[in-house]
Structure formats: structure tokens, C-alpha cells
Design a protein around this ligand. Sequence first.
Ligand SMILES: Cc1ncc(COP(=O)(O)O)c(C=O)c1O
Length: 549
Amino acid sequence: METLAMSALALGTMAAAWPAAAQRIALSRAKHRSLAGHSRMAKRVASLIPGYSYDEANFFAADDAPAEIVAHRRSGFADLCQLLGERHAKTIAMSDQARDYLPDMQFTGRYRVPFQFSPYLRSHLKLGSFVQSSSGVTLEDLDGQRFMDLTGSYGVNVFGYDFYKETIAEGIARVAELGPVLGTYHPVVLEVIKRLRVISGLDEVSFHMSGTEAVMQAVRVARYHSKRTHLVRFCGAYHGWWEDVQPGPGNPLPPRQTYTLQDLSERSLRVLETRRDIACVLINPLQALHPNMSAPGDSTLVDSSRRAGFDRAAYTAWLQKLRRICTERGIALIFDEVFLGFRLAPGGAQEYFGVQADLVTYGKTLGGGLPVGVVCGKREWMQRFDEKRPADLCFARGTFNALPQVAGAMLSFLERLETPQVQAIYTDLDKTWNDRAELMNKRLQQAGVPVRVTNMSTVWTVLYDTPSRYNWMFQFYLRAEGLLLSWVGSGRMIFSLNYSANDFEEVTDRFCRAAQAMRRDGWWWDGSQLSNKEIRRGIFREMWARRRG
Ligand SMILES: Cc1ncc(COP(=O)(O)O)c(C=O)c1O
């Protein structure tokens, strides 16, 4: 009898435990199989990778190219070093002075290329990081050299730098009488709120100082109102540098109450449908360009396996499914439009994909050139107190929130957005930029170079057709042609919407010339029989050997 009772108890315990076990399994199955989908493991793997670098011989012949090719590479590299060194001498000298005191510059300089190549490259190919003026689509460095800007200033530059010079000046002038008074509001704030409510289709607006802060706030109110613990982000998505949204390498702390799920996956939908601890789902619509992958940077461009491609219909269908499930399950759907807001459409990604979120974060360009983060949300998610429990607050403040100068520049930005001239820029925007990408691909094909581009509107990525260990060199050939990329290199080129057809023609010419020069200098060596897989295996063997000393 006693045994029977115990078996019944054991069965009962198992039955109770089973849903939890099933949920755990469902969660594991909803992770993307890459390291980006397994942040703990990625951290462990990162800690095992040994530091080492190539000497001169390896730098030029990491793919075992024959002497003749290596000689081409050496002479091409020497020419590049000389050209950039002489043309940008003053800018390089100032960068050299600043580097030791600017950890940011040390970091970006180091991670422009795969780490094995970085020390030799840095000691020979000097780059400048200072600029002194902007105009049209160009930037000028301290040597008076003009670059066509493809950095997009981390996405802030949507309408061209001249536009932001105006919004900054006008915005600051609007509030000049008040100065930096905080805690009360300048009347421009009300005007900003009115416009953001219309654009977002949401009830309330809160102001912050950066995109990261806006995301923190959106997640915080979602946790507060849902009384649930976990946020869901999708594999590879960037949402700022706050711990909870940046699990894995890059963040000293392990992920806490964060689930990183596979993008565009039915298994992830099952998790959302069954778990009870999910407060919110964060969407960065830029992931539509490279689902489940981190932003493509040249520091990880060890071969030619970079893939990207935007399928608007598939991503729209995915967002619609997420919308439905979040509504059913009382989960807050958060669109993080800090990067893409106002780039795709005047109403942002919500308008572009036709999906209404519960909370939306904006930042970057919305500040009209000044730093900002904004959360727009439905009233039931935005409140920071509970009428029924007055001591249960959701505290969120920030000294500089709604700083008059930022609010002024924001209003100037939003007012310009309403003008027919700016609205006209959005007409056929996708078609314009898709046509331009197609044109560039045609020209690249005609030039016989193993390079292609792919895009999501004005955000572009360079892809490489034949296996190579040296694709990361391309960013420097582009620089030699006067095309400036951000430190992440050819993985991300951001065009501002003021690039005219002529400007674009010029970019295409320069881009093709850079690719031809790179090919001529032997970096894309036809004789190499290596596949991408073999390249990666070779690097793995090399790391393993280094680890074993
Ligand atoms: C989608 C997204 N969210 C949040 C952030 C963080 O914004 P900030 O750098 O202003 O903190 C970024 C920055 O690149 C972003 O792209």
C-alpha cells in the first residue's frame, strides 16, 4: 500500500515536472544553432580562443599563395600604405597622438580586421580617425581630403549632414531663452509629443538620452506591468549595450533574464505561446537583412561565407505572427526602431511593415543631430505607478531627459519630416535603392570582380563570391578611392537619403575601381582551391595548435 502511494506520488511529481521539462526542451529547440544563438557557450568559446598574430610572411600568404602572388600583394600593400600615409598625414598624426588615451579608438582600430592580421596591418597601414567638416554627402579630414561618407554616422545621418546642421542650430535657437533648465519642460516638448503620438500610433511618450536607455525603459515597463521576468530577443539582434540585451561576448556578465530565440522560426512562436515568464519581445527590424546573424563586421570576415538578403514579404508575415501571439499572451511587442526608424518610411518600421507594436523605441536621427532616446507606448504599458498599490512604483528618471536643446532639435527634425520636400524623398524609396544595388551589381559583374552588394533600402552589405582569406582588405581599397566606411568595414554601408543619382554613380565608379585594384594586387587569388569550410578548418587547426603551445 505504502509502495503504491509512493509510486503515485512519484508519478504526480513527474507529471508536475513534465510541463517544465517540455518547456525547457522547447526553449532549447528554439535557439539558433549558431554560437550567436547560444550566448553562454559563445562566451566560453571566446575565452578559449588564443591570442596570436601573423608575422610578415603569414600576413601575405595565409592562403599559401605562390611567390608571384605574394609579391603582388606586397607591392600593392606598400603602395596603399604610402598613398594613405602621405595623403592623410596630418589626420594620422593627430590620431596617433590621441589613440593611447582613447580606448574607443584602440578598440575600433584593433577590430577592423580578423585579429591574426591586425597587428601587422596596424603597424604598417596608418589610418586617421579625425574629420573637420561635412557637406553634401562628403566628409573632410584634417588634410583637406574629402571622402564620400558611407558610415552614416551609425545610422544617425538619414537626410544628410547639412540637414542636421540646420536642425541643431534651429533647435538650440528655439530654446535659447531658457538654457539648460531641467525638471520642468520647454513648450517645444508638447509639440514633439503631439507629432510622435501621430507617427507611432501610440498614446504616451517618454524621453531618454540614448537608444540604449530607451530600450532599458521599454523593457522595464514591460516587466513592471506584465509582472513577468524575461525578455525575448532574436539571435544576432543589437539593441544597445545594456547587459540584458547583449548576452555573450562583449559583455562581462552572463545573460540573466533573457531568452535569445531563433528569428523567423515556428519553434520560437511555440515558446511564446507556452511560457508564462515572458514580459516582452524585442524586434530590431534591421535583422530582416541578416536574420539570426549579428551585424556583419569585417573582423569576423575570415572567409567568404557572409550571407545576407532582405525578404520583405517573409519578414512582414513573421511580424504579423508575433503580433498575434503577443496579443493573445499579454506579451509586450517592442519595436526597437532606434536604427531604422525614419529610414524606411516617415512612420518608421511600423508603417513600413504594417504592424502596430505596443511600445516603440526611437533614437539616433530623431534627435535632429543631438543625442536622444524615446519610448512611445500604449497607456497601459507606459504608466510608472499602480493606482491600486501606490508603493509599487516603476522608477525611471534621468537628469537630462527632455533637455530643451534636444527637444528643440527634435521638433525641428519632426517639422521638416512633415514638409512635402522631405515626404517626397520617401516616394519609391525602396525601388530607388534596390535599382541602385542592382546597377552596382551589374557593374561589378562586368568588371569581373568577386564582389556583390545586397541591401535593405539604404543599409547595404558587401558579399564575396569566391572563398578568400583577404576580403577584409577591401575596406582599405575603398578608402584609397575616397569612400569612407565605419570601423566595421564592408559589412555595413549606410547611405543617407540625399545621395543623388550622380553621387551614386560616383560611388559605383569608385567601388568598381577599388575592387579591380584589389584583384590586380592579388588578394583574390584565382588559383586558390580552398573552400570556405577548408579556410575555417585551417584557422581552427591553427588556433588549436597555438592553444597547445
Ligand atoms: C536597434 C538599436 N537599438 C538600440 C541602439 C542603442 O542606441 P545608442 O547607441 O544610442 O545607445 C542601437 C544603436 O546602434 C540600435 O541600432
